[in-house]
Design a protein around this ligand. Structure first.
Ligand code: PLP
Length: 387
């Protein structure tokens, strides 16, 4: 059975071109870029080339790019750096719908006495900008708001928020883990001080991330040790993955416009047909600007775990909420914040497409899924999760 992989917000396949670029560094070119000898030292320049490619994707300067181990590290580092920059500021502003990499870190800081504001969203997943303005105060150490939501794909008005933070002289971080490489991004236009990227969401391997830090911003490293990354992040560089991420960013930039349109076409095909063939379904975030690859659909009177299990038997991979929270029985905090009714939350699944998704794969889902929904609603597949 062929796998139909529609869970690309969880992780993506490594692009063949990216893999080819990695291979020499997994085999022969294994030196340490910090070594004094040329076998190692020459690799330093390879890292700098990758840094330039990443910077180019987001309109940054290469020296503003810090390689990290993942999106979570980048997110944690941004907030940790901000609260150390000015120890008198103890208020953190974020949203109710951020990834746990932000939410759980902020909760951890609350236990240490920091205060926080979690901005709400409306039923379409949109932020209320006026409400946001009112939360900014002199005690605010950092605002952290994602570019695009991992569960619904809803895109936030980052440039508008960035301008407000700038006006008040407040540090602004954005989690661009789901958006980087999918939507054009320019850190100057966005007005962000820090921005997080994760390699495995854009066809590079797992275990590599980036934190962009604007030149001149106060910055405190999270990892303390050697002098790597200009002293901004200690630890021997993950050279192979850095090379991979550089290539992945180059490819993303080359294809961004075409992929946006082609992937949106497939998503629309999926949504339109499912709406026509299934009753009582609702597309979360439909009325908002969304990532072209993400479709979060609520099927009323259906258990999402049972639905995912049935899809899995056909080789179709999708997910309920984010990969980090699926497997737990907690309902999605994102859909809850949007006010999606309980029954619909429990029947919600996310399809996330990629440049490798084909029209045949989407058509297969359109063919199979309505039958499963009917059977689940009729109760004839109840208990199938355990089977
Ligand atoms: N932020 C968002 C929006 C994400 O979707 C994810 C992963 O799903 C992360 C952060 C964490 O990234 P990583 O898996 O690289 O730690």
């Amino acid at each position: 059975m062929k796998t139909i992989y529609l869970d690309n917000n969880a992780t993506t396949a490594i692009s063949p071109d990216v893999l080819n670029e990695m291979l020499p560094y997994l085999k022969d070119l294994y030196g340490n870029p910090s070594s004094g000898h040329s076998f190692g030292r020459n690799l330093y320049y390879i890292i700098e080339q990758a840094r330039e490619k990443v910077a180019y994707l987001i309109g940054a300067e290469p020296e503003e790019i810090i390689f990290t181990s993942c999106g979570t590290e980048s997110d944690n580092t941004a907030i940790a750096s901000a609260i150390q920059s000015d120890e008198n500021k103890r208020h953190i502003i974020t949203t109710q719908v951020e990834h746990p990499a932000i939410l759980n870190y902020v909760k951890h800081l609350e236990r240490k006495g920091y205060t926080s504001t979690y901005l709400p969203v409306d039923g379409a997943g949109k932020l209320n900008i006026d409400a946001f303005m009112n939360t900014l105060d002199d005690d605010t150490a950092i605002v952290s708001i994602m570019v695009a939501n991992n569960e619904t794909g809803v895109i936030f008005p980052i440039a508008e928020i960035g301008a407000m933070c700038r006006e008040r002289g407040i540090l602004f971080h954005t989690d661009a883990v789901q958006a980087a490489g999918k939507v054009p991004m320019d850190v100057q236009k966005l007005g962000v001080d820090m921005l997080s990227i994760s390699g495995h969401k854009l066809h590079a391997p797992k275990g590599i991330g980036v934190l962009y830090v604007r030149k001149g911003s106060k910055y405190f490293p999270y990892f303390i040790g050697g002098h790597q990354e200009y002293g901004h992040r200690a630890g021997t560089e993950n050279l192979t993955s850095i090379v991979a991420l550089g290539k992945a960013c180059e490819l993303a930039l080359e294809n961004i416009a075409y992929e946006h349109t082609s992937i949106a076409g497939l998503r629309d095909l999926l949504e339109l047909n499912l709406k026509n063939k299934c009753s009582d379904i609702f597309i979360n975030g439909y009325d908002s600007e969304r990532l072209s690859n993400t479709s979060n659909i609520s099927f009323s009177h259906v258990d999402s775990e049972a639905l995912l299990h049935r899809l899995d038997t056909y080789g179709i991979c999708a997910s309920a909420g984010s990969a980090c929270s699926s497997g737990s029985s907690e309902p999605s905090h994102v859909l809850r914040a949007m006010g999606v009714p309980d029954d619909a939350i429990h029947g919600s699944i996310r399809f996330s497409l990629s440049r490798y998704t084909t029209v045949e794969e989407v058509n297969t889902v359109i063919e199979i899924l309505p039958g499963i929904i009917n059977k689940l609603r009729a109760g004839s597949l109840v208990g199938s999760v355990q089977s």
